[in-house]
Write a protein that binds this ligand. Structure first.
Ligand SMILES: [Zn+2]
Length: 134
């Protein structure tokens, strides 16, 4: 089991700053048969469990989001000028429809799957094959 000190610390901070959560306190108080000292101990235990559950759920959500991100269809290409190394993100849609893109001048040869870029910064003209775009 992982170190749960931080959760106890968080409960201590909460109790100092805003006091106990009312609903949870009543639950603890009832479960402890109105014994205040027992209720306090139980409240802390229940609150720590809540905080751990929230953290676990948060981590699960992050993993799911990362997994979804991996399988998301690509919306941007990263294009790096070989001469001045300026980097631009270019929308996949604008590569297919170059006239919609203003910063780099693009010529798309769909037959060869080749894009010609004219770097806005240094003027270098360079070619990239769409299969190699990431
Ligand atoms: Zn350049």
């Amino acid at each position: 089991m992982e170190n749960d000190d931080k959760y106890y610390q968080q409960v201590a901070n909460e109790l100092k700053a805003v006091g106990p959560n009312e609903a949870l306190w009543l639950k603890a108080f009832a479960s402890a048969n109105a014994d205040k000292e027992k209720a306090k101990a139980l409240y802390i235990k229940l609150r720590v469990e809540q905080l751990i559950a929230v953290d676990v759920q948060k981590r699960k959500n992050e993993l799911i989001a990362a997994e979804l991100e991996k399988h998301k269809p690509k919306t941007n290409y990263t294009i790096k000028c070989p001469q001045c190394h300026s980097v631009e993100l270019i929308a996949v849609a604008s590569v297919r429809n170059p006239s919609s893109y203003k910063s780099f001048k693009i010529t798309y040869n769909s037959f060869l799957g080749r894009i010609k870029f004219n770097c806005n910064k240094c003027g270098k003209i360079f070619t990239i094959y769409t299969q190699l775009l990431e």
